[in-house]
Design a protein around this ligand. Structure first.
Ligand code: ZN
Length: 274
């Protein structure tokens, strides 16, 4: 790894204004926060959108409006969620792939606890999502919340439903899921296909910051943002997504890494021209 790729997950589906009043919610706010994150050094935005009251939605029109506003400001790579929010149907989650045709999309690779709820992804669901992404030439981020998810992704690879270059998202420390621990991250990384790219997301302030160092130590990429963590430090709320990106940039540069630009990511992950 010569360059560090920083993804910013600017709002997510579950974070609310009561958690951090600086959370962007409307398309305009999300676009502005994305632009600030881009200027700070993020090359990918992981995008969720909300209704004006803050409720998560997979409405393709709101995604289109938000991406349009982002595109007026910068050329950051746009990755759309297909995880959506807890309780959404598969159809609801997947519609954005055909309607919006983003450069990248997340593809959840299994089922896991999420606080007192659970996120359900059966293999047939995953096959369906992978096929739809192939159809529109959307590069998936294979989100693995558990070791078993890496094996599910491997099954999709064997079935010919995923093609390299692979990009994994290792999501650790969701409430009641697999914790962020150095040995766990190391083991997960060791099970990925050779030459796969990966981004680690530690959920919650402590895990988030620790995961930056895990990424640097093991050759992966970093994700920050209000979806994963609303604090800058213990008990101190982050002022913006950009502030979290700035710290990730500093840590990466201190470790001797260059920061990737959006076009570096497009080349690395062989993302189609849009
Ligand atoms: Zn997300």
């Amino acid at each position: 790894m010569d360059k560090m790729v920083i993804t910013c997950a600017v709002c997510g589906a579950e974070t609310m204004r009561k958690d951090n009043p600086n959370l962007p919610i409307t398309p305009k706010e999300i676009a502005q926060s994305t632009y600030e994150a881009y200027k700070a050094g993020a090359s990918i935005v992981h995008l969720h959108v909300r209704k004006n009251d803050g409720t998560p939605t997979q409405d393709p029109e709101i995604f289109k409006e938000t991406i349009g506003l982002i595109r007026e400001k910068c050329n950051i790579v746009v990755e759309i969620t297909t995880g959506g929010a807890v309780g959404m149907t598969d159809e609801e989650r997947l519609l954005v792939v055909s309607k919006v045709k983003p450069e990248m999309a997340s593809l959840d690779c299994g089922t896991i606890n999420f606080a007192d709820e659970y996120i359900i992804n059966t293999l047939p669901t995953m096959r369906n999502f992978a096929k739809e992404m192939n159809k529109y030439n959307v590069r998936p981020t294979l989100e693995c919340f558990d070791l078993s998810h890496i094996y599910c992704a491997e099954k999709l690879i064997k079935e010919g439903l995923l093609t390299p270059p692979y990009h994994y998202g290792l999501v650790l420390n969701v409430p009641n899921g697999l914790k962020y621990e150095v040995d766990i991250l190391n083991m997960m990384v060791s099970k990925l296909p050779k030459d796969a790219y990966w981004t680690v997301m530690g959920i919650g302030g402590r895990a988030s910051l620790a995961s930056h160092y895990g990424a640097i130590a093991l050759g992966g990429f970093i994700r920050v943002g209000f979806e994963d963590n609303v604090n800058y430090s213990k008990g101190v709320l982050a002022e913006s997504n950009a502030q979290l990106v700035e710290r990730a940039v500093k840590i990466s540069k201190d470790a001797g890494l260059e920061i990737a630009q959006p076009d570096d990511v497009r080349k690395m992950l062989n993302i189609r021209n849009v």
